[in-house]
Design a protein around this ligand. Structure first.
Ligand SMILES: [Zn+2]
Length: 409
């Protein structure tokens, strides 16, 4: 560890208790999405950013803090403060932020308020160090990530409210940087049928039907579900060559038939059916090819069956991402792992949908770091974060920025 790394790491250790306290205060302010009431928490975060010396602004309750100049590259820190709902079955109060056995408990404690606290206290350590930086640091605390990010990160990037050369998204597993991102496709299939009495005029093949027979939207969804399950079977044949993150055992692309809804009652032929499904592809696969394969199959079904009335929607679709491990930024991250963990740590993959793809789509070099572990129970009851992970993530943000935005002269 060089003297500057040590300076920053010491500064973070000095503020360990403050970081924990700020994190607990974040957890104590509910920001569940839905319903998405963010005024109080976004004001609280903005005040903290001002207090540590960032120039701030707020757009749609997304908070942006900046420091630095135009003499070098721009690095963006990104984390989201919206959380999933508290849900039930908690053994603790989800908004008390109790500390037990070196963990802080509460909704959002890990996903992703840990990274809000980490990015802000990382920025504080850098500012307090008094070092001169060549370039700009932009710290973003966004909302709407849990519902796709259109009102958060995507909004800020598409309106050009933020832009940069490189980005760290703090919304990932602990211990290793993430440099390989799975691609994703979210699909919605909506089928219209024809209602009829399900006993008198069921949906049967000819010659057992008349003009009064129903057309079951649910029956017509079955081949599509089978097609998707066959595709999943295909996916099991191709494993990614990139290394798994902590606590992730799957190495293949996955399909989740997430929601199916249709029909009205047992005596009636279903006049509608909707299926929502998500596909996450390993970095080696081409998302466009998978989309084409699905849409071609639907076209074939339509040609074979004139009664099939179907709409396919693809609200989200993006390609995988593979970091250039030879880039300056990637090397910077590698050095940061050495400073924080005492050894070089390799990039792993993430198979999760996060805000990272919005930065990738803008051509911004992106890596992810974070605090998640299996026993953090993110999106579930008794969510928690290890305090050591909170502090290590703070160090990863800070040391990366130190290396990327500051050169010894
Ligand atoms: Zn998250």
């Amino acid at each position: 560890m060089d003297e500057y790394e040590k300076l920053i790491i010491d500064k973070i250790e000095e503020k360990r208790e403050d970081t924990i306290e700020f994190h607990r205060q974040l957890v104590q302010m509910p920001s569940e999405n839905p319903p998405g009431r963010y005024k109080d928490i976004s004001r609280f975060i903005r005040n903290k950013m001002e207090e540590i010396g960032l120039n701030t602004k707020s757009k749609m309750n997304n908070v942006i803090g900046e420091v630095g100049n135009n003499a070098g590259p721009t690095l963006i820190f990104n984390a989201h403060y919206d959380t999933v709902e508290k849900f039930t079955s908690w053994k603790r109060d989800p908004f008390e932020a109790n500390i037990e056995n070196n963990r802080i408990y509460g909704r959002g404690a890990s996903d992703d308020k840990s990274c809000i606290a980490a990015e802000i206290y990382a920025a504080k350590a850098l500012i307090d160090s008094g070092l001169d930086f060549k370039g700009k640091l932009i710290v973003t605390a966004v909302n709407d990530e849990e519902l796709g990010g259109l009102g958060g990160t995507s909004y800020l990037l598409n309106r050009n409210i933020i832009n940069g050369d490189a980005c760290i998204v703090g919304d990932a597993t602990a211990d290793y940087p993430i440099g390989y991102l799975f691609g994703a496709i979210f699909l919605s299939f909506i089928i219209r049928g024809k209602q009829s009495h399900g006993f008198l005029y069921p949906d049967l093949p000819p010659p057992n039907r008349s003009k009064y027979s129903g057309i079951s939207a649910i029956h017509k969804m079955v081949p599509i579900m089978n097609f998707l399950l066959d595709m999943q079977e295909d996916f099991t044949k191709t494993e990614t060559k990139y290394p798994n993150p902590t606590d992730c055992s799957s190495r293949i692309s996955s399909i989740n038939l997430a929601m199916v809804e249709g029909g009205t009652k047992i005596s009636t032929v279903a006049d509608h059916c909707q299926l929502q499904c998500s596909i996450h592809t390993i970095p080696e696969l081409d998302v466009e090819k998978i989309k084409t394969r699905i849409l071609n199959y639907i076209e074939k079904l339509k040609q074979e069956d004139p009664d099939l009335e179907i709409i396919v929607q693809i609200p989200i679709s993006y390609n995988p991402y593979i970091i250039n491990t030879e880039s300056n930024f990637a090397k910077t991250i590698r050095e940061a792992t050495k400073a924080v963990y005492g050894e070089f740590r390799e990039f792993k993959f993430s198979n999760c949908t996060t805000d990272a793809h919005w930065f990738v789509e803008k051509g911004i070099e992106t890596i992810m770091i974070g605090t998640f572990r299996e026993d953090n129970f993110i999106h579930s009851a008794d969510e928690n974060v290890y305090i050591d992970d909170l502090i290590n993530t703070t160090k990863m943000f800070a040391i990366t920025a130190l290396k990327y935005l500051w050169e010894e002269t």
